[in-house]
Write a protein that binds this ligand. Structure first.
Ligand code: DUC
Ligand code: ZN
Ligand code: ZN
Length: 459
């Protein structure tokens, strides 16, 4: 009796090793790594890299936000993900004010069930903190929702104050949960926004002027101080600037359990994009905004030396036509976010590994292994090992692709990387032992993704 599937002759890459071997898969799991396996089906991966499936721990699918709803749902968003080599996500279930955390999870499970084609977990975006919500965090951890995100920005909607933030941190410490933070000072963004608009400054460029780097730097430093006061671990999402990173570095030097992620857009695009004519700058209106180019070197360097541990996407797409254009006469009404769930792995391979900025093992660590560890999914996800889920990417290092929204699968009418030619792309993607993407075609069944009951974070 052969195994269900054998991947032969590929070069397996993990966070620590690169070596040639075959992978045996049975019942959706990796059961062996070696030579001489017989398979009912065989894939020849000669000349290819074999990566663990990508893990994107920062997505916003089907999320109501700023008067719109992010344009990818769990079907289109996860199909786009798998084309780009991402085989698990952790999406943000947002608590609405006056409702419970389990309401948020129930709502998001309904969005995902029967639609997702890859496995998914949820964080909760906590927006309304009181004693019973703090207590409920414990229940959520028991149900496999082990991380909670707080927003220090978006005054009047998502933002919480420092007292609420601190209470969540203390509780998280007691129950082994991880607190994530959107670090920008929402009070000052509000002041700057009103001032700029009163001066008639309505173009997308002013989004960046209202969301100055110092506001992220301050909020990151404050979040770290509050986490230290609560003796709690902290994970800073979408770090975009050198100032915020300085606090992360200092905290880590002190031995504090502070972790941080960045996203491809902050590594590859800069603030000049807001000057694109004909409202083109709206494509990049996200929070935090794109920064001056010099920040990119600091971000890449921090990835290399371990001060940044994760690359996620903050995938939050809105159509230019019909959604972003709500802010045609007022940048503050442009729904914040950009697409990226499909392009993360190939972009980072091409622009990070091929350029020599990071090693191929570091690439796997940042895009697969560390996110799985920090968000409690390791070693089921994020590596290639006996016993792990058979989420595997067969990646052709020679394949050149010119990115265009027309050829991507994200449900949105642009990509921030339009016209960019990159080298290296997934050619086959296997999810839980089943081939889902084969040479540019989706060959899987829809709705096969399952909820991931996550464990406690580890490093
Ligand atoms: N930033 C975005 O750009 N979009 C969604 C939420 C966020 O924090
Ligand atoms: Zn955020
Ligand atoms: Zn986000």
């Amino acid at each position: 009796m052969g195994m269900d599937l054998v991947i032969k002759n590929g070069k397996i890459v993990t966070a620590v090793d690169t070596y040639e071997a075959d992978i045996g898969i049975e019942k959706g799991k990796i059961v062996g790594i070696g030579r001489g396996f017989e398979g009912n089906e065989t894939i020849d991966a000669k000349g290819m890299f074999v990566f663990p499936g990508g893990v994107d721990v920062h997505t916003h699918l089907d999320m109501p936000f700023m008067g719109a709803s992010s344009s990818d749902d769990f079907e289109t968003g996860t199909i786009a993900a798998v084309f780009g080599g991402t085989t698990s996500i952790v999406d943000f279930a947002i608590q609405t004010r006056g409702n419970t955390l389990s309401d948020a999870i129930a709502t998001w499970k309904k969005k995902a069930e029967g639609k997702a084609v890859i496995d998914y977990g949820f964080h909760i975006g906590v927006t309304d903190v009181n004693d019973s919500i703090i207590k409920e965090m414990e229940t959520m951890v028991g149900e496999g929702v082990t991380s909670f995100k707080l927003f220090l920005a978006y005054k009047g909607t998502l933002m919480v104050d420092d007292g609420a933030f601190f209470q969540v941190l203390e509780k998280a410490r007691n129950i082994g949960a991880l607190v994530m933070v959107h670090a920008e000072n929402g009070y000052l963004i509000d002041v700057f926004t009103k001032r700029l608009l009163a001066e008639g400054k309505i173009a997308p460029w002013y989004h960046a002027e209202a969301h100055l780097p110092i506001l992220e730097t301050e909020a990151a430093a404050r979040a770290i101080a509050l986490a230290e006061a609560a003796s709690a671990p902290l994970y800073i999402v979408h770090t975009s600037c050198g100032g915020a990173l300085e606090s992360v570095k200092r905290a880590r030097e002190k031995g504090l359990p502070v972790y941080a992620e960045t996203c491809p857009q902050y590594l590859l695009l800069d603030v000049e994009r807001y000057k694109e004519p004909n409202f083109g700058g709206a494509k990049y209106v996200m929070s935090p905004p794109l920064r001056a180019k010099w920040n990119q070197d600091i971000l890449w360097n921090s990835l290399g030396i371990g001060d940044l541990q994760v690359i996620s996407t903050d995938h939050c797409p809105f159509f230019m036509k019909g959604q972003k254009d709500m802010g045609k006469d007022n940048w503050a009404k442009i729904p914040n976010g950009c697409p990226g769930i499909e392009t993360r792995m190939p972009l980072i391979y091409s622009e990070g590994v091929r350029t020599g900025k990071i090693s191929i093992n570091k690439f796997v660590e940042l895009c697969c292994t560390n996110p799985a560890k920090l968000l409690g999914m390791y070693p089921r996800k994020g590596t290639i090992a006996p016993g792990s889920d058979a989420d595997v990417v067969i990646f052709d290092p020679e394949k050149e692709v010119t990115l265009s929204w027309k050829n991507l699968h994200q449900r949105v009418d642009y990509t921030p990387y339009e016209g960019m030619t990159i080298k290296g792309y997934p050619v086959k993607v296997i999810v839980n032992g089943e081939l889902k993407v084969d040479n540019g075609s989706f060959v899987g069944k829809k709705g096969t993704g399952k909820f991931i009951r996550r464990g406690k974070f580890r490093v």
